[in-house]
Design a protein around this ligand. Structure first.
Ligand code: NAD
Ligand code: TYD
Length: 340
């Protein structure tokens, strides 16, 4: 089974590739253009596996994608490449529209031309917008995104579903809640706070800190993606989450305890513009139809995550200093020379 994964040098994509390669019959080709969020170190342990290949290609580049899909027949495309950080999208939405909207449409069209059997489009619960104190997102909740990030993801999600309606293209869409775990870029909440804690730096908390997110351990999400690929129904949407709602203040309390830091570590800063108040997922459809079941509880997942950042200081110090960008630019030149 040959699978093309996009965004495989990022946080979730690298965990997905590791999960896929546990299946002996699977070969993976990773299309990732290596933006600031991508990191070759995330897949270093896989590089010697002959079933793994990386292409430094953008999902907006139809010609390059055509070449990759002409070289082999692919059973599936699992599409994760995206601009993914809400705060960056508030600064400028343009890269989000380019990669998330144009890139997804390009990938759908190229996959269709080459007869790829199935496309799994990895969307997000943020396309549903925000909840009040009550209720959960279900698959037919209205699509009401509020940030440039979530609006661009909603565009890509609807383009994927439109490909099914219009052409009968076999597409499955997944919408997952907030992920956490090893290899997450430290501009997102949990790795930012853990790494700041390890550097004796403060933890910025936006506004009143009572916004709620529904946290899932990344390995549970990628298991869900594998199930969606194998058992999902074409044209269907599946929500993934682990029924684990926390306010940002609760996340801070739990992390302060593990890291043995004082409450003064948390510093209130001005709220994010258009900050969604609450996300909460009902994963019943995925549980019933796919056999999905989140396995990693919050206490265990947080402990594992903190341990990983404690043990991988080199990884995040390089990422935070920006040094890795220079390193990988050099590394990339070396790889190119090697290929010639
Ligand atoms: P990430 O930012 O860590 O990784 C994104 C990857 O995509 C990077 O390796 C980057 O180099 C690559 N990329 C960006 N633009 C590209 C382009 N034009 N062409 C090819 N590659 C490109 O993101 P993540 O947190 O791993 O999220 C992966 C996917 O899962 C995204 O689609 C995101 O919307 C979705 N998602 C994320 C979460 C979460 O909590 N992180 C939750 C639900 C859904
Ligand atoms: P984030 O990790 O950016 O994920 P998302 O915005 O996609 O949910 O943020 C998670 C929550 O944490 C969100 O409510 C914003 C908040 N937050 C802070 O309070 N301080 C921070 O420094 C960051 C990055 C986020």
């Amino acid at each position: 089974m040959r699978i093309l994964v996009t965004g495989g040098l990022g946080f979730i994509g690298s965990h997905l590739i590791r999960r896929l390669l546990r299946e002996p019959q699977v070969a993976v080709e990773n299309v990732d253009v290596l933006t600031y969020a991508g990191n070759l170190a995330n897949v270093q342990d896989l590089e010697s596996d002959p079933r793994y290949t990386w292409h430094r290609v953008s999902v907006t580049d139809a010609e390059a994608l055509d070449k990759i899909l002409s070289a082999h027949a692919f059973d599936a495309v699992m599409h994760l490449a995206a601009e993914s950080h809400v705060d960056r999208s508030i600064a400028s939405g343009l890269p989000f529209v380019e990669t998330n909207v144009l890139g997804t449409q390009t990938l759908l069209e190229v996959s269709r031309r080459h007869g790829v059997r199935r496309v799994v489009h990895v969307s997000t619960d943020e396309v549903y917008g925000t909840l009040g104190a009550e209720g959960l997102f279900v698959e037919d909740s209205p699509i009401q995104p509020n940030s440039p990030y979530s609006a661009s993801k909603a565009g890509s999600d609807l383009l994927a579903l439109a490909a099914y309606q219009t052409y009968g293209q076999d597409v499955v869409v997944t919408r997952c809640s907030n992920n956490y775990g090893p290899y997450q870029f430290p501009e997102k909440l949990i790795p930012l706070w853990i790494t700041n804690g390890l550097e004796q730096k403060p933890w910025p908390i936006y506004g009143d800190g009572l916004n709620v997110r529904d946290w899932i351990y990344v390995e549970d999400h990628v298991e869900g993606l594998w199930l969606a690929l194998n058992r999902g129904r074409a044209g269907h949407v599946y929500n993934f989450g682990s029924r684990n709602e926390r306010t940002n203040r609760q996340v801070a309390e739990d992390l302060l305890k593990i890291l043995q830091l004082p409450p003064e570590t948390v510093v209130q800063v001005p709220d994010r513009l258009g900050h969604d108040r609450r996300y909460a997922i009902d994963p019943s459809k995925a549980e019933q139809e796919l056999g999905f079941q989140a396995q990693v509880g919050w206490d265990e997942g947080l402990e594992r995550t903190v341990n990983w950042y404690q043990e991988h200081r080199d990884w995040w110090e390089a990422v935070k200093s920006g040094a890795y960008l220079d390193y990988y630019r050099r590394q990339y030149q070396h790889l190119e020379a090697h290929r010639k």
